[in-house]
Design a protein around this ligand. Sequence first.
Ligand code: PLP
Length: 349
Amino acid sequence: MNIDIELIQESKIDKVDFNNLAFGKVFSDHMLVCDFADGEWKTPKIMPYGPLSFEPSARVFHYGQAVFEGMKAYKDDNDDVFLFRPDENFHRLNKSGERLAMPPVPEEVFIEGLKKLLKIDNTWIKKGMGNSLYIRPFIIASEGAISASPAEEYKFIIICSPAQSYYAGEVRVIFAEKYSRSADGGVGFAKAAGNYAAQFYPTSLAHKEGYQQIVWTDANTHEYLEEAGTMNVFFRIGNKLITAPTNDRILDGITRKSIIQLAKDYNIEVEIRRVSVAEIKEAARDGELKEIFGSGTAAVINPIKGFKHQNETFELPDLNDSYASFFKDKLLKIQYNILEDKHSWRVKI
Ligand SMILES: *Cc1c(COP(=O)(O)O)cnc(C)c1O
């Protein structure tokens, strides 16, 4: 595959304090941009990271025709660089795009383009457990024309942001009673930009009450727990792990499916089924609810310390042998090439 390459004159890397990185604010020297026009994807370009210009009428601004992915590159002690299940991100991006009537990005543009970009910006990937380069591939409708129909021109872009291990502090959540993230037949399964914008307001209300996130419930009854804003959710009752099945309302997280596989590998009982608010509250009252945690690429696993539903609040116990830390340790060690990779999840660059 051809890629046009324009390298930066002088790297910005020396100006970056890698010990004090705010998530998603600093970007590496280069980005990949590939245009779709005249019914085809053109030759991708790797160029210096920087502003792009668009017509104010570009459809992405008006109709939110945009989808994205989130993934990471990891460096081991020998300076080898790895991706974690990148084919999953590639397929999911196009699955999201299909739902928003966007043309699929070719596999070689995504995978080969990303590998080339990471080779060029290799020094931005720092070794040491927890350090990574967060990768944000996305597609936007760039055509300038404000008729409410799918665009005929798109841009596929990959930008990269150095990240440190992500600690969100103690997380407490509200189980949603009024607002919904997604509905049957909707776009909840897609990483569609508008799904996130629509959560900002209800989440800001939760913040005012001292809760960091919302665990969304099914839109029809608000009786079943689905997922959090950017994370799938797991519950541990006794020694059993439970998570909701994915469907058209729930994002099919790669961390989630990896945890389910690891649970099977390590003989931890895991049930994939609907989880009701009533069941979780009852288990909490009985002392059977041991843990709740979220899973996603950014934080890997985020333990949830407590939750609120209607006017009741619940706190979860501190555990020495939590599943959250067990799975986080295993996943990180696979990602950083420390542990055997039985399922061929690592892809070396
Ligand atoms: C990205 C995302 C996740 C987590 O997916 P991973 O592939 O594990 O990073 C979960 N829920 C939502 C809504 C997401 O956007």
